[in-house]
Design a protein around this ligand. Structure first.
Ligand code: NAD
Length: 438
């Protein structure tokens, strides 16, 4: 099939590369001249394992190309996917300006009827707004469907190629048939398509993210309780996760959830629910708990060193919001660093891939180290913010020798408290039942 994908970010590029790899003819569009120029020259603007090779392979076979010219891209495409950003608006709702701009441009530039498919995460009712833009700007009988994306950054290619489910929200059988045909190669072993109305599809994406965020905040609060009560959250997690009704996934406590999806999607869902007169009180509490949790490491640094951190120097391992990505949107590291710097401290940060992202963001009071051990020099404590594999089994003797102080605040529970103690380090994780080491 001939496809256009509008928005060449994490979702657009992964979807484009995977759909091209399944034999489709894909054109990826973006407004960013810089991004498109980089893609045309063989570069990839984001870090996502396996993506560069997949793009390269399909570009060589001329199955994927890149342009800023939406009209030309759409010329002979059957389907047009919208995969642009839907950031948080000032009131917490989803900002649909990019999505609706694309809808207006499609209306203006398409010379044949298209099936317009929303891949961006959008609130219930957005398809109606897209339809209204299309019919205001064009006489052509365009159709609209919803196909929310569930990929996880860091494992995005595998998630797209072997999805748990493919949600197809359509109000006409013809659209459903077209999308089922497109996704047939990803559906061969098991039937993954779940077809439903457009409104149900739009809500399903938010429901899934809100449930995942709920599991995280639940475990974070329980972990904080474990610290007070002297129980280890790891034991509690095994004990509860082995119940088949609960399951072991997504029960790891930490220094808060971040990223480009959970924070804004939780807020947008609570906004939708309030506007509909049915507040989701559980989900509102999830957001509140997370706002506190993402400051947990800075709070513990203050508990240990006092309110005034001037003259203190902290090493921070992990800038990305999670492992295997360079994405720092809403990353707990950013909240941690901002709080430490606000209190007068300086921070030396390491990350295997996200340092260029951090430099682009322009963070005050931070210097960067390409070596996780060199980052420790002259530091009073080490804070771990991201669950990169690199940080799971460090040389603890080297770590102890590198730090000026002896404190580790582990926001991902990667290290073994006993082994840290053997190396002469004071360790505090999240919910390991240790209270505050002083
Ligand atoms: P992103 O910011 O990485 O990419 C969006 C791209 O759209 C940018 O390159 C931007 O330049 C481009 N763009 C904006 N306006 C445009 C326009 N008018 N025409 C063409 N291009 C335009 O965003 P993302 O992370 O890929 O997310 C996209 C959507 O998918 C969001 O709604 C997000 O919630 C959803 N989503 C994201 C993920 C994820 O893990 N990142 C997973 C599932 C769903």
């Amino acid at each position: 099939m001939k496809l256009t994908i509008v928005g060449s970010g994490y979702v657009g590029l992964v979807a484009g590369a995977c759909l091209a790899d399944a034999g489709n003819d894909v054109t990826c569009v973006d407004v960013s001249e810089e991004k498109i120029a980089l893609l045309k020259s063989g570069g990839v603007p984001i870090y996502e394992p396996g993506l560069a090779a997949l793009i390269e392979r399909n570009a060589a076979k001329r199955r994927i190309r890149f342009t800023t010219d939406l009209g030309a891209a759409m010329a002979d495409s059957e389907l047009v996917f919208i995969a642009v950003g839907t950031p948080e608006d000032e009131d917490g709702s989803a900002d649909l300006s990019h999505v609706l701009t694309v809808a207006r441009q499609i209306a203006e530039l398409a010379i044949e009827p298209k099936l317009v498919v929303t891949k961006s995460t959008v609130p219930v009712g957005t398809a109606d707004r897209i339809r209204a833009e299309l019919s205001a700007g064009s006489e052509l009988p365009h159709r609209v469907a919803s196909n929310p994306e569930f990929l996880k950054e860091g494992a995005a290619i595998a998630d797209f190629q072997k999805p748990d489910r493919i949600i197809i929200g359509c109000d006409e059988p013809a659209s459903r048939e077209q999308l089922e045909r497109l996704y047939a190669p990803f559906n061969r072993r098991e039937r993954r398509v779940v077809a439903m109305s457009v409104r149900a599809a739009e809500l399903t994406k938010y429901a899934a993210n809100a449930m995942l965020a709920t599991r995280i905040s639940f475990m974070n609060e329980l972990a904080n309780l474990c610290d007070e009560l002297g129980a280890d959250i790891a034991d509690v997690r095994y004990g509860m996760g082995s119940d088949k009704r609960i399951g072991p996934h997504f029960l790891f406590p930490g220094c808060g959830y971040g990223g480009s999806c959970f924070p804004k999607d939780v807020k947008a869902l609570t906004h939708t629910a309030r506007a509909a007169g049915r507040p989701l009180r559980v989900v509102e509490a999830v957001e509140e708990a997370n706002a506190e949790q993402r400051r947990v490491l800075a709070r513990r640094a203050v508990e240990h060193f006092g309110d005034d951190l001037s003259g203190r120097r902290f090493a921070l391992w992990g800038l990305a919001f999670k492992a295997n990505t360079d994405d720092m949107r809403e990353a707990p590291s950013r909240y941690t660093i901002a709080e430490l710097v606000r209190r007068g401290a300086t921070v030396v940060a390491h990350d295997p891939v996200a340092i260029p992202t951090a430099k682009r963001i322009g963070m005050e009071g931070v210097t960067f180290s390409e070596s996780m051990y060199e980052a420790l020099a002259g530091c009073d404590a080490l804070l771990i913010c991201t669950d990169w594999n690199d940080y799971r089994s460090p040389d603890l003797d080297r770590l102890a020798a590198g730090l000026r102080g002896d404190l580790i605040l582990d926001g991902r529970n990667l290290l073994d408290p006993e082994r840290c103690a053997e190396a002469g380090l004071r360790y505090r994780g999240i919910g390991r039942g240790q209270g505050t080491p002083v």
